[in-house]
Design a protein around this ligand. Sequence first.
Ligand SMILES: NC(=O)c1ccc[n+]([C@@H]2O[C@H](COP(=O)([O-])OP(=O)(O)OC[C@H]3O[C@@H](n4cnc5c(N)ncnc54)[C@H](OP(=O)(O)O)[C@@H]3O)[C@@H](O)[C@H]2O)c1
Length: 291
Amino acid sequence: MTLKAVLLGPDGQLGHDVRRLHAAAGSSFELQPLPRAKLDVAVPGAVENALGDRSFDVLVNCAAYTRVDDAEDDAAAAFAVNSQAVRAMAAVCASRKARLIHISTDYVFGGDTARDRPLPEDAPLAPVNVYGESKALGEKLACRESDDVVVVRTASLFGTAGLGGRGGNFVETVIRNGASTGEIRAVDDRTMSPTAAADVARVLLRLVTEGCAPGCHHVVNSGSATWFEFAAAIVRGAGIEAAVTPCSGDDFPARAERPRYTVLDNAKISSMFGAMSPWQEALERYLRARS
Ligand SMILES: NC(=O)c1ccc[n+]([C@@H]2O[C@H](COP(=O)([O-])OP(=O)(O)OC[C@H]3O[C@@H](n4cnc5c(N)ncnc54)[C@H](OP(=O)(O)O)[C@@H]3O)[C@@H](O)[C@H]2O)c1
């Protein structure tokens, strides 16, 4: 029988690439996209109603409240989508013996301010803002409701949906601003794992078809960068005439505190599916595809 997967958040940056690659690969499983218009996961009872009668084997949750600064002022909305709805998804999955593949974030970390080595899956959660807290609680609630949950933590995504004007992504912002002003200032005291959404999507498709033990996986491109280093690589790669200047995160005051170091150790997923590409290669591929 053909395996059936439901995809939540199909029009977001990651969900878009999951759909695109699933279609391109002619995958062996059926993917049912369920956009917000058909299921607003923030509405209490909506997850149970929409998924209760549906037949599926795997639920891939790419839906999330991702507006990090807005979450500070609207914690209830962030927790509704990133925590309570995820608990409901896991409960529905458990009741029908389906697997939940839930996407989470490097922002569940950051509170360990002395950290300077990549974080493994079992590092203690220590979010520094409401968005990170809501995602951390979502992970915990899901794993409490069901014993068949795969948490995929990723970070600093750039995906093709960002090209389509959906708020863009860091790569598109640097290209747009660099080309129009000839100048980019980027933070040099925050270090993360730049990651192509397409590479995460590829892993998600393999997790659906090939399976794995329940648990958490860090799915990010290899290597690390500060936002300054990432911006400089984007400007070079895109061939833009723009000066890139380093600055401190304190120069960009924002409502949400940002973590200083959230590089994720991807050794576990690399040992399963082969090494994740270095982020520089993933960026090159993204820039080639957009030109
Ligand atoms: N972007 C990053 O840099 C980054 C970094 C680390 C982790 N992540 C994680 O990766 C996952 C995917 O992120 P992304 O970048 O693809 O985010 P995104 O582009 O903001 O997409 C989020 C998706 O969630 C949907 N959504 C939001 N609220 C919803 C609701 N109430 N009901 C149903 N759907 C709802 C959105 O629907 P609409 O299409 O209708 O808006 C959109 O499709 C998330 O779990 C995020 O936490 C992202």
